[in-house]
Ligand binder design. Structure first.
Ligand SMILES: *[C@@H]1O[C@H](CO)[C@@H](O)[C@H](O)[C@H]1NC(C)=O
Ligand SMILES: *[C@@H]1O[C@H](CO)[C@@H](O)[C@H](O)[C@H]1NC(C)=O
Length: 399
């Protein structure tokens, strides 16, 4: 049974998908810029019911509560309905037309579906997400690692579940965690010898959880990983892509905190989830990368404003922001120095742009605290109280 579950998690994490653009990219090897997408945490819920309250996970299980309004596109506080999965794929196809590949960093199944009997609902969710992605992008190769991008870059997909303390992987984790670290070290050495640069992707990130300040990985593995990526091989790493927190986010990795200015560094980019369960709008990113210097240049975040979509029954995926415009810098690449600068500017006393942008970006523009958007709209607009109430009662989405 355990081996079976292990296999599932390898599959969950090990998706990097090649798209039609990849085929085209191979035919145009001379081009210097390539695009790819990062999407994550679909958490597709086979049992989503648009009429049921988030208090009972939008499922008609025993003792369920009805919601005050229907939410066919997805509901803040619940995992993703099939509509949201399909809509995300369609939006990716449109916004990432030229993308050569997609990084899909897990977690495909809804919450509370894992069990000791082989978790058939988890498997079914994985199967549905994969086959729908296949329908949209045609090319869909779940892989553990691949080398394309003019042969100068490699994508490595370790399974971070083994570096994270998790009951599902428990009986084997130490052995596999160890082997996997050795594999990673070998791959990085190989890339360095061949003059290649590396993208790393997995699900649960190294570093801390902004929600409760807990650190995810087992300390000894976090340390050894950091020594590899931010130490010996920092110049080999072009980017690390993780998710799991459901937030658009950044992580710097400084090795020598005694002397931060001269320390070697690396960085992680985390992407917001498709699932709105932890109070964020669904989002994904389209990256631009220079293949001549094997470096990340920029990205665009796109998102679906769920409350507006629900209120007006008009679901439209919108452009959110471009990294280089939101976080302007003399540095024209997304690299460790750039993320270092960004993190320092989050606590700038003179410039609020970085903080404001970061705060809005993390949830793809869903305000996480208690507030009522349509109430604000009505109060801005109407000077007399009765007019306010008339306006307010007109909207069905209230918080
Ligand atoms: C959603 O739940 C309601 C209340 O239990 C039920 O009447 C309805 O049939 C369910 N819808 C679907 C699609 O299952
Ligand atoms: C995916 O989400 C489910 C539900 O929360 C959880 O049980 C499982 O551990 C997650 N898997 C990963 C790889 O995070």
């Amino acid at each position: 049974m355990n081996r079976f579950i292990l296999l599932i998690f390898v599959v969950i994490i090990g998706f990097s998908l090649l798209t039609e653009g990849w085929k085209k990219g191979r035919r145009h090897r001379k081009r210097k810029v390539t695009k790819f997408m990062h999407v994550s945490d679909v958490h597709f819920d086979l049992f989503y019911n648009q009429s049921i309250s988030k208090d009972t996970s939008c499922r008609s299980t025993e003792g369920f509560k009805m919601a005050d309004h229907e939410a066919p596109y997805g509901r803040i506080g619940c995992d993703s309905p099939e509509w949201l999965l399909e809509s995300t794929l369609a939006a990716m196809k449109e916004k990432g037309k030229d993308a050569e590949f997609i990084l899909l960093t897990g977690n495909l199944s809804a919450h509370d579906m894992t069990d000791d009997q082989g978790s058939p609902n988890v498997l079914k969710a994985i199967q549905t997400v994969s086959s729908k992605a296949h329908e949209v992008f045609h090319f869909f190769y779940p892989l553990c690692c691949f080398s394309s991008l003019d042969g100068k870059m490699v994508v490595l997909v370790p399974n971070a579940m083994y570096w994270n303390n998790n009951w599902q992987t428990y009986p084997l984790w130490d052995e596999i965690a160890e082997r996997q670290l050795q594999w990673l070290a070998e791959q990085l050495a190989l890339a360095k010898n061949k003059g290649k640069r590396v993208l790393i992707m997995s699900h649960i990130p190294p570093g801390g959880d902004p929600f409760n300040y807990n650190y995810f990985w087992i300390p000894k593995y976090a340390e050894r990983y950091a020594i590899l990526v931010a130490g010996k091989y920092h110049d080999v790493i072009a980017g690390q892509f993780y998710a799991h927190t459901h937030k658009d986010d950044f992580r710097l990795q400084i090795l020598n905190t005694e002397d931060e200015k001269t320390s070697t560094k690396s960085f992680v980019l985390q992407t917001a989830s498709v699932s709105p369960i932890y109070s964020n709008n669904p989002a994904f990113k389209v990256f631009t990368m220079r293949t001549d210097i094997q470096a990340l240049v920029d990205y665009d975040q796109h998102y679906l404003d769920l409350e507006i979509a629900t209120e007006f029954s008009n679901p439209v995926w919108k452009f959110d922001y471009t990294f280089s415009k939101r976080y302007p810098s003399k540095n024209k690449l997304i690299n460790a120095n750039r993320i270092d600068e960004l993190s320092q500017k989050l606590i700038s006393q003179t410039d609020a742009q970085y903080w404001n942008g970061y705060f809005m970006g993390t949830t793809a523009n869903y305000f996480p605290s208690h507030y009522d958007r349509f109430g604000l709209y009505c109060i801005v607009r109407y000077v007399l109280e009765d007019d306010f109430h008339r306006c307010y009662d007109n909207f069905k989405v209230h918080n």
